[in-house]
Design a protein around this ligand. Structure first.
Ligand code: SAM
Length: 273
């Protein structure tokens, strides 16, 4: 039932993504652009784990009236924000609140399935990608971006690394468990896609330069990721002393008014044929 992830994304993590929506949009804008470039041949696009909808909105802009993008996400609060955002932008996008692993999609209904960091959270990834495959038309393309390893993404793990030396309750990531780095292992990810019926799997390592405004760094490090979640349970004094120490560790990424880092990712494509 993806119970754990449903709880996380409808609780603290969902709230954190909603609160930091604009910062995330800025930070990962290039990745959204990468996913929706060259989609004119598609008419029905599915965005998996669409979150607050910025990639769905980018797809809808590309499709215009020639097609429709549907975003699915397990988090009701993020779907609500996505719905408001697209209507404010005058876009037509359909959103579904549901578990992409189990949702009963109309068979063969999409000719492109995309995801920006939204497919690493399934408790049964083979079942999930098989479910997406049956929703795909015969020659449909699967195209998603997932994180490479935590070691290759030191920016992403700075807060929890420093936080775990200060706080006793920081969760420890287990290799391959559902979560941000579940697809770090290229061979495992390829096996999952092949076992679920996708063909022509292509996995390319990409390094994407990302940046956001320095004024948003405290918001980022105190709200996002495992440290952000743990800090919510701490008292005010502990929170502010941890934040001060963690902020110092981000100094190498601060360049004047910008924070910049490299996102070490996989760009994955596969075919339903
Ligand atoms: C890291 S966020 C990425 C959000 C969005 N794609 C973006 O880039 O802004 C992961 C998203 O996947 C969603 N998610 C996790 N498990 C899911 C599932 N089983 N079905 C649908 N969405 C899921 C979460 O609720 C969350 O919005």
């Amino acid at each position: 039932m993806n119970t754990e992830q449903t709880k996380i994304w409808n609780g603290d993590a969902g709230r954190a993504w909603v609160e930091t929506q604009q910062l995330i949009e800025q930070m990962f804008q290039e990745i959204a652009t990468m996913l929706v470039c060259d989609i004119s041949a598609a008419s029905q696009v599915l965005d998996v784990g669409c979150g607050t909808g910025s990639t769905s909105a980018a797809a809808s802009r590309q499709l215009g009236v020639q097609g429709l993008c549907t975003g699915i996400d397990i988090s009701q609060q993020m779907i609500n924000v996505a719905q408001t955002a697209v209507s404010e932008q005058g876009l037509t996008t359909r959103f579904i609140c549901g578990d992409a692993q189990r949702y009963i999609f109309a068979p063969a209904s999409f000719d492109l399935i995309i995801s920006r960091f939204g497919v690493m959270f399934f408790d049964d990834p083979v079942a999930a990608f098989a479910n997406l495959k049956q929703a795909a038309r015969r020659h449909a393309e699967l195209r998603f971006i997932a994180w490479r390893s935590a070691d290759e993404n030191p920016f992403m793990t700075t807060a929890e690394r420093v936080g775990s030396s200060l706080l006793p309750h920081m969760p420890i990531r287990k290799p391959d468990e559902p979560g941000q780095f579940a697809f770090a292992n290229k061979e495992r990810m390829t096996d999952i896609l092949q076992a679920s019926g996708w063909t022509g799997v292509n996995v390319a390592a990409i390094d994407v330069p990302c940046s956001f405004a320095e004024k948003d760094l405290l918001l980022y490090l105190s709200r996002m990721g495992p440290l952000g979640r743990v800090l919510q349970q701490e008292d005010e004094q502990t929170r502010s002393s941890v934040i001060k120490i963690v902020r110092r560790a981000f100094e190498p990424y601060v360049h004047g008014e910008q924070v910049s880092f490299n996102a070490a990712c996989w760009k994955v494509t596969a075919s339903a044929a």
